[in-house]
Write a protein that binds this ligand. Structure first.
Ligand code: SAM
Length: 274
């Protein structure tokens, strides 16, 4: 019988945030695949867990995926962990999960810390609907497109950012977010945990002197009035949501809601789209 692939969330700073179930799984599996084995070893040592570790990171993902899938097929149970938080969220995970699904291997999530969710829930910004865009790309063209998505997003936007790039990113955001609220969630769960809440000008000033890890949460664009959406052609309305990463099903639901018409009516019009 094939083994199970456990996707195990680990703390994003405070070691007390590991769950009892995560510890149990880490103790029980045959192998732990870790983004940085030295980093994970510290976590394991802290909880007195001794297990064979295999490195599994962005640069060896393809090659290591095959090795790990073979082990799973041979009946070994594997836990996948990243350096911090939830694997697969701006961390390695996607590749092996997709392949495990193809190979009909059982995959079990072991929930725990995820930086963006904790930034969002304490931001004070609308949590009902949000989009997570990960890190803004460095490629100028793609970055511009993402900034446009942020500019047009009616939903709260969440971004991850590396410490040395936050100032530059905030300066780019200044061009597009006008007076929307912005929150910087810094060093979550650590000694210097802090939430900055204000506007973009203040955020830029704040970021001049900060160190550590940060998440940016931006209020949705409330100025984009419903009637602006209705004034779009159906095609433009579709593209507007497509660019924000919504699936066809979600787009149909949103367009129908904006236009106050039954979903079926929109579905019939969009039936040709992929
Ligand atoms: N998979 C992880 C998760 O979702 O929890 C995120 C990994 S990603 C490579 C690292 C980014 O997450 C950092 O650049 C920062 O934006 C954010 N992050 C991780 N830990 C954080 C913390 N303790 N406080 C604030 N931001 C954090």
């Amino acid at each position: 019988m094939a083994g199970t692939l456990y996707i195990v969330a680990t703390p994003i700073g405070n070691l007390e945030d590991i769950t009892l179930r995560a510890l149990k799984i880490l103790k029980e599996v045959d192998i732990i695949a870790a983004e940085d084995t030295r980093h994970t070893l510290k976590l394991l040592n802290h909880f007195e867990i001794s297990k064979p570790l295999i490195s599994y990171h962005r640069h060896n993902e393809d090659q290591k995926t095959n090795i790990l899938i073979d082990k799973l097929k041979n009946g070994e149970n594997i836990a996948l962990v990243s350096d911090a938080g939830t694997p697969g969220i701006c961390d390695p995970g996607e590749v092996i999960i997709k392949m495990a699904i193809e190979e009909q291997i059982n995959i079990v999530p072991i929930p725990g810390a995820c930086a963006m969710i904790n930034a969002l829930i304490c931001s004070g910004i609308d949590t009902k609907e949000f989009i997570f865009l990960g890190f803004l790309p460095l490629n100028k063209k793609i970055r511009k497109e993402k900034l446009k998505t942020i500019s047009n997003s009616k939903e709260t936007v969440i971004l991850y950012e590396a410490p040395h790039k936050i100032e530059e990113t905030l300066k780019d955001l200044k061009e597009i977010i006008e007076d929307r609220k912005i929150v910087i969630a810094r060093e979550l769960t650590k000694i210097h945990e802090e939430f900055f809440r204000g506007d973009i000008e203040e955020a830029i000033k704040y970021a001049e002197n900060i160190k550590g890890e940060n998440i940016i949460v931006i209020e949705g664009n409330n100025k984009l009035k419903d009637n602006e959406l209705i004034d779009m052609t159906l095609e433009e309305h579709y593209i507007y949501y497509k660019k924000q990463g919504y699936s066809k099903k979600e787009i149909i639901k949103k367009v129908a809601k904006d236009r106050k018409v039954p979903k079926n009516e929109i579905y019939m019009k969009y039936i040709q789209k992929e």
